[in-house]
Design a protein around this ligand. Structure first.
Ligand code: PXP
Length: 246
């Protein structure tokens, strides 16, 4: 069964709406762990719109499961990541005007810079993942520059409306997973996954991790983080592919 990484950024978004000290994303991480999260994911954005440096430091000290830091390839953030040394860094594109990370990193277009960042993170003992669209050229480029893992952008599936679009998006993801695994990469998935749509993606062979934020934090407003995480874990378990790929 694939692991569940819980993205807690939105807890910090609520705190930043008032520029105060609650709700604390560090508390959210503890609650997510108690609910069964296999990992905690946070994104230290250059504009610090939600997670701030203090959160990153405290999460590094307190999270007992896998700690996954989403990050841009900007020098300042790379320096922080190397010093912090989370379990994993997920390199993502970042634009100031976006509401959340939109689409994947263009590994093909920035090979040299990305290779340098991957190598620096490896030197700091960090597993490095590329958040990319499920395109063969991006997957191959990710393997070529030394990533350990790729996180396939599941937005194409999440935003699909008709049955045919959903089927197409799933076929693209399934193929992407295959290409990634054949290239020796671990394959993760994330973006736009919800309690309603996660089943079909969870059933795709070969994903080893899903990173889910918005939907879990939204449900947590009504049932609490622990219960929201527990429910998502149950869905991943229920819909996991039966045979294990080797
Ligand atoms: N994976 C990555 C790389 C992301 O940037 C995000 C959004 O921060 C997610 C997963 C989670 O997406 P969502 O909040 O839509 O579940």
């Amino acid at each position: 069964m694939s692991l569940l990484g819980v993205n807690i950024d939105h807890v910090a978004t609520v705190r930043q709406a008032r520029a105060t000290d609650e709700p604390d994303p560090v508390w959210a991480a503890v609650e997510a762990e108690l609910g069964g999260a296999d990992g905690i994911t946070f994104h230290l954005r250059e504009d610090r719109r939600h997670i701030i440096d203090r959160d990153a430091r405290l999460l590094r000290q307190t999270v007992a499961v896998k700690l996954n830091m989403e990050m841009a390839i900007a020098s300042e953030i790379v320096d922080i990541a190397c010093e912090l040394a989370p379990t994993q860094a997920s390199l993502v594109p970042e634009r100031r005007e976006e509401l959340t990370t939109e689409g994947g990193l263009d590994v093909c277009g920035h090979r040299d810079r990305i290779k340098e960042v991957v190598s620096r993170l490896h030197d700091a003992g960090v597993i490095v993942s590329a958040f990319i669209e499920p395109l063969a050229e991006q997957i191959d480029a990710s393997a070529a520059v030394g990533f350990d893992a790729i996180e396939l952008w599941t937005g194409g599936y999440a935003h699909a409306e008709t049955a045919a679009q959903i089927e197409d998006a799933l076929a693209i993801l399934t193929r992407g997973v295959q290409i990634g695994r054949d290239a020796g990469l671990e394959v993760h998935g994330g973006h736009g996954l919800t309690y309603r749509n996660v089943a079909l993606v969870a059933a795709v062979h070969g994903f080893s991790e899903f990173n889910i934020g918005h939907s879990i934090v939204s449900r947590a407003m009504f049932v609490g983080i622990r219960e929201a995480v527990r429910s998502m874990k149950q869905l991943l378990e229920r819909h996991a592919p039966s045979e294990v790929l080797v």
